[in-house]
Ligand binder design. Structure first.
Ligand SMILES: C[S@@+](CC[C@H](N)C(=O)[O-])C[C@H]1O[C@@H](n2cnc3c(N)ncnc32)[C@H](O)[C@@H]1O
Length: 273
């Protein structure tokens, strides 16, 4: 397997928060903010992907398969499913679970050996440059095959930090059409994912409070050292303050859209041109 940098954020979710799944999840209006409910929401999201799988699909490649939870479910259901992830830690977790084949590379470098019926990108499309995404999917997918994307996208005219992650939504749909992918199903799930951000925000605030309480004695006893440390860490602190907006549900809802999208690649048998 190719060695790539481990993704620290994803390792934090997995090891510190104990999350097996690495996506936002689908919350119900009545759900209270808790880790247990996040786990349920994540499973509900996965159920949506499975429920929407077209009946003609047998072979699947899960691009950016995380720690392989969806992959394991698909295999149990009888699909011939493979994973792609560049993340070394995730590759090791998959190996330990006996989940294979797993291709240890970025999707851009993936060399498919078969033409799959379906390519899944569950919160991974945002990591793949648009210029390569559909071209590569065409290499991996048989004509008439399906591309299932579930991810957040940036709305038009959004600039700055909120535009840094996620493809532009209209640009993504236009690229799909240009490359010969017909949108056959879609569902806007923005409202249903927001509680994950609320939970992230309350957790971050609690961690900050814990650090403040934990360092209180030191700060009282060593005001000079405290000022020096604050000075040395000022840029990091400023960046953290700026990045707080990334876990603000209101900002997310104003600037992004979270979509379930199912595309069919043109050229399938029986399709009228
Ligand atoms: C947010 S996680 C989602 C994981 C999983 N699909 C899920 O829904 O829980 C993003 C995944 O995309 C993978 N990834 C990042 N860049 C990638 C790339 N260029 N090609 C393929 N996968 C990539 C990450 O390693 C990770 O597995």
């Amino acid at each position: 397997m190719t060695k790539h940098a481990n993704d620290r954020a994803l390792r934090f979710y997995h090891h510190v928060l104990g999350l097996e799944r690495l996506h936002y999840g689908l919350w119900q209006p009545e759900d209270e903010l808790s880790l247990a409910n996040l786990k349920e929401a994540q499973k509900r999201y996965e159920d949506l992907l499975i429920d929407q799988m077209p009946s003609q699909v047998c072979t699947i490649v899960d691009v950016g398969c995380g720690t392989g939870v969806l992959l394991a479910r698909l295999k149990e259901m009888g699909f011939q499913a493979e994973g792609v992830t560049p993340d070394l830690h995730q590759q090791q977790v998959m190996q330990a679970k006996g989940l294979g084949p797993v291709h240890g590379c970025r999707f851009e470098e993936f060399a498919p050996q078969i033409a799959y019926d379906c390519v899944i990108m569950s919160e991974s499309a945002q990591y793949i440059p648009l210029a390569q995404l559909f071209v590569k999917v065409k290499e991996a997918l048989r004509p008439g095959g399906f591309l299932m994307v579930c991810d957040y996208f940036v709305l038009n005219d959004v600039r700055g930090i909120m535009a840094k992650s996620g493809h532009n939504y209209e640009g993504f749909l236009a690229a799909a059409q240009k490359e010969g992918f017909r949108l056959v199903k879609s569902r806007d799930i923005t409202r249903e994912v927001l509680k994950t951000l609320d939970l992230a925000k309350t957790t971050a605030e609690k961690i900050q409070l814990a650090v403040e309480i934990g360092t209180e004695k030191f700060r009282d006893r060593h005001p000079l050292w405290t000022r020096l440390i604050q000075f040395l860490l000022r840029k990091k602190y400023r960046r953290l303050q700026e990045e707080k907006i990334l876990i603000d549900a209101g900002e997310f809802a104003k600037t992004k859209t979270y979509q379930f999208l199912l595309f069919e690649r043109e050229g399938g048998a029986g399709e009228s041109s």
